[in-house]
Write a protein that binds this ligand. Sequence first.
Ligand code: C2E
Ligand code: CA
Ligand code: CA
Ligand code: CA
Length: 280
Amino acid sequence: AKEDGGGGFQVFTEEMGARAAKMLTMQHKLRRALDRQEFMAYFQPQVDIATGAIIGCEALARWQSPDDGMVPPGVFIPVAEECGLIDAICLQILVDSCRWIAEWRSRGLPEITVAVNISGRQFHNSRQLMSIVEQTLADAGVPPRQLELELTESSAMNDPENAINVVRMFRDRGVACSIDDFGTGYSSLSVLKRFPIHKLKIDRSFVMDVTNDPNDAAIVQAIVALAHALNLKVVAEGVETLEHLEFLRSVRCDTIQGYLFSRPLPGEAMAEFLAQGKPE
Ligand code: C2E
Ligand code: CA
Ligand code: CA
Ligand code: CA
């Protein structure tokens, strides 16, 4: 028993050590990447289900690493959250997004909204977030109506009183907020009702199986009905197939986002997408 216990402990500490070492290496790489401004936004179109028109897009963080190529956010966002670099990274995404909005404007492309993801931590430091957003919009010469902020359901419900206030402050300044990954957290409907948001985004995990799993189909249908009852628009994410699209149309979902229409695109490719108007 002693041997087992000792061995188990040793493995545990080695794993801990390896994990800590990995964290430190990653943290160091992220700091350097921040200095070199290697973080950029990709844009995934959001399409009006009724007309097929592009009405907006979501900005998604990418890290163009000289060592590892294009690194997806799943790899670096969790580490960045843990070591406190998330704010700085999201600032680069916000700045890059506004720079592209201004560029698309200057080329006379159709005006769309760009939704930027905001971490729970940033939402908590609301004054700082507010002044950064206002400054970035002003520097880029972008009207607030073209920016949207996405807050996950779990961070919104973590401290609803604060979140409601922050959402209201942004709304008063012309920046709309939406609740992301809806269905994965635990919203109280009485709290949801008080959020001055204009959109719910249904999490991909529900959309994925709508055509096979009657429970997921029922959940998606219920979320759309709930949102409409509260006068909110609904965006479904992770729409990959025509079957997904047909189901979402049948339950009167408003907007879709997913690989069926487009993967997230670099700013220049998004400009071409906008110039074509409708995808087809
Ligand atoms: P999210 O906000 O739920 O973003 C949607 C994710 O779904 C994106 O992954 C997108 O590329 C992916 N996606 C879109 N359509 C489809 C589809 O049809 N099929 C499949 N399988 N996937 C699809 P991505 O870009 O890897 O981002 C992952 C997550 O990282 C995001 O999830 C978001 O939580 C976080 N993230 C990304 N950028 C930022 C950022 O700038 N700030 C913060 N705080 N988080 C970010
Ligand atoms: Ca999002
Ligand atoms: Ca989402
Ligand atoms: Ca999601």
